[in-house]
Ligand binder design. Structure first.
Ligand SMILES: Nc1ncnc2c1ncn2[C@@H]1O[C@H](COP(=O)(O)O)[C@@H](O)[C@H]1OP(=O)(O)O
Ligand SMILES: [Mg+2]
Ligand SMILES: [Mg+2]
Ligand SMILES: [Mg+2]
Length: 358
């Protein structure tokens, strides 16, 4: 474990994400996932609710006065006792087999009712002051349901800056050196020992990956973005959802940069983790709808992990993502993540392509 600031936060965050990620894996193997459709037309499952409950419970145990901005709320569970009970069974039974690790997380959640209150503790408005954790219990719920990529995401903001970030990616390869390839977004296999990774970063301390474990934490290894000598050889990744990033614009930008390899499409912040470990090079997220505002929990952990791995992350105008404005990134449009040395070149191409459309 790295020494310096935020050791306790990193350790608790890694264990909390690990326990929650294992819960989501157990849901994937169940037939009934309790899928509901939310107002933004995205799905939510018992896995999302359960993972959020477990993470908040661990945060409250370790950092009782910190605020929390989390994606989900317990309303649907309060209105449907059968759904509540299904989530409760999952949460009650979720445990890491290492007793010390469980103790760090404060052990089990007390009851079904306290679980609902815990889920609703993620309702902070966020903002520019103080310590605020942000949680996406399952990012890429569609990928999760399909057996593709998804991520359990947790980050700590202090005065609006990301200080600690953790991503649990159960369907990514353990090995950092496996190249990003087409079809990874539909790779359903979670074969033990081959898939499942935790990414993490602390500001100023670099980024790490470690295998997902059912016990305590596995040993972490430093990760870094791949140096690129010629941008035309880059591999870029983008969203599966056509509504989240314009694939036409991405193709035009790639062409301007001389990139000929097809993009790798995958759900969730697994894209940030993949480029941070050098499995791919660029992440392009090009706004489709003028009115779409990104949420802080969809980017905070990935932003820090990529920057600590030697990358730069900005919006399409080249501005850093601003996490200090509440629950959304209302001052940013899109995301461009790339190794530091070539980020300016990518932004130039983005500006040319998007500018030509105005
Ligand atoms: N209609 C939708 N379909 C899919 N994802 C959506 C939708 N609306 C919002 N989202 C969110 O967009 C992000 C998907 O990002 P990406 O396109 O990079 O995979 C996720 O945070 C996802 O929510 P969720 O976290 O619940 O999966
Ligand atoms: Mg959602
Ligand atoms: Mg999300
Ligand atoms: Mg989510």
């Amino acid at each position: 474990m790295a020494t310096g600031g935020y050791d306790k936060e990193l350790n608790a965050a890694l264990l909390a994400v690990q326990r929650a990620t294992l819960l989501t894996k157990s849901v994937f193997h169940q037939n009934a996932k309790g899928t509901l459709s939310k107002s933004d037309a995205s799905p939510v499952t018992i896995g999302d609710f359960g993972a959020q409950a477990l993470i908040i419970s661990a945060l409250q145990h370790n950092f009782p006065s910190d605020e929390i901005v989390a994606e989900e709320e317990a309303k649907d569970l309060r209105e449907n006792s059968q759904l509540r009970d299904t989530v409760w069974e999952l949460v009650r039974d979720a445990k890491l087999s290492n007793a010390t690790a469980e103790q760090t997380l404060g052990g089990a959640v007390g009851s079904a009712d306290s679980m609902l209150d815990i889920i609703d503790k993620g309702d902070s408005k966020g903002g520019a002051k103080g310590r605020i954790w942000t949680i996406d219990p399952i990012d890429g719920t569609k990928g999760f349901l399909r057996g593709g990529q998804y991520a359990v995401c947790l980050a700590l903001l202090v005065d609006g800056e990301v200080k600690v970030g953790v991503l649990g990616c159960p369907n990514l390869p353990v090995s950092d050196s496996e190249p990003l390839k087409e079809g990874i977004g539909t790779d359903a296999s979670d074969e033990e020992g081959k898939f499942g990774v935790l990414f993490s970063a602390v500001e100023g301390q670099g980024a790490q990956s470690r295998p997902l474990s059912k016990e305590g934490l596995s040993e972490g290894k430093k990760i870094g973005m791949k140096p690129i000598s010629n941008i035309s050889e880059a591999t870029f990744c983008e969203s599966v959802e056509a509504g989240h990033s314009s694939q036409g614009d991405a193709a035009a930008i790639a062409q301007k940069l001389g990139i000929t390899k097809p993009s790798v499409r995958m759900d969730s912040q697994a894209k940030y983790g993949s480029i941070a470990r050098g499995a791919g090079d660029l992440y392009l997220r090009l706004p489709v709808r003028k009115d779409y505002v990104e949420k802080i929990w969809d980017h905070a952990a990935g932003d820090l992990i990529v920057r600590e791995a030697g990358g730069q992350v900005t919006d399409v105008n080249g501005n850093r993502l601003d996490f200090s404005l509440g629950r959304t990134l209302k001052n940013n449009k899109g995301v461009i993540a790339a190794p530091k040395d070539v980020h300016g070149q990518v932004i130039q191409a983005v500006k040319e392509v998007l500018g030509a459309k105005q």
